[in-house]
Unconditional design. Sequence first.
Length: 393
Amino acid sequence: MFSSRLPDNVATNRLTDAVRARRARGEPFIDLTESNPTRAGLDYPADLLAPLADARGLRYAPSPLGAIDARRAVSADYARQGMSVPAERIALTASTSDGYSLLFKLLADAGDDVLVPRPSYPLFDHLTRLDLVVARHYDLDPHGGWAIDFDSLERAITPRTRAVLVVSPNNPTGSFVSMAELDRLAAICAARGLAIIADEVFSDYELEPGAGAGVGRAAARTDVLSFALGGLSKSVGLPQVKLGWIAAGGPEPEVTAALERLELICDTYLAVSTPVQLAAPALLERGAAVRAHISTRIRRNYQTLQRAAGAVPSCRVLRSDGGWYAVLQVPSLESEEDLVLRLLADGVLAHPGYFFDFSRESFLVVSLLPPEAAFADGISRILRHFDCTVPRI
Ligand SMILES: Cc1ncc(COP(=O)(O)O)c(C=O)c1O
């Protein structure tokens, strides 16, 4: 009765069940998987969403790629980041996930494939499958600061490959795609007629000072059809408002042809609400305060993690250049799943590395968003499992 876009087994896993059971028993725990900024105790100005009540929103005048004023506001936001992206090259979406879906419809037929990085964002399996696209993995090299392993990338290309996805900075490795990497990727893609899709939702968030400099940006390409994805969800911490965007780069004729087709797809769904389009300029501007608070929070938590793990010789924090996550390498004394269940019993929840397709165990992925005190408490609960300091005799 149901389509093969969905997995055969939609049952929950052992970890989800354990979390639910703990909640049902009313036993609190520190959630270091919390990646919803609106639940992280951040300061949101109380009237931040007032622009959504603009009375002009009472009138419906749909424009498939989005209202031009909202697209101009996104263009101005790129200018804030030092990039020149014309409003005409920007399409509004309901979210980044929506952006992926629109681009898969634009670029791929059923059964075509796209290359996705490993380790990375677990949603790719679902996003591709729901659009009948096959996800093929290429590796990021853990020993080279998670740089793209170009041998594995070229091996992954098939005659049905339509696009290469990059995430910069990546979730969860925190690695940016450098300008040199993007140049090399562009040469590979241009030679084979592949597009680049770059998820840049975390591009505002640097963890290591200066790490965001010299980073490759997809919308700035002139040599290969490229699409950068961004949105309010991360850039101003408003995932519930549902506004994202696609910014196209590449040779003019290809960009024009792509945008004409994207317009047709967007016209079919018209998924972005009028109030959010009217509010976009104000939300992008006023949201800067939330972005600043998030930046401070994640940097402090990252430093806390480095300091705390530095005192436990068997654990290591992997360098994370940007984004909202950090990776802790821990001894493999049991499976990651068993470890995470044991930690939950001790009142702290972290993601196991296998969620993100790390090539081996044992890694824990933690969100850097939780309030500082809870974060520090959660990290010390994790580390004490590995802290076998010899008692003085
Ligand atoms: C890399 C990455 N892209 C996209 C998203 C989702 O963004 P949106 O809420 O705009 O769909 C996430 C959410 O965690 C993410 O980690």
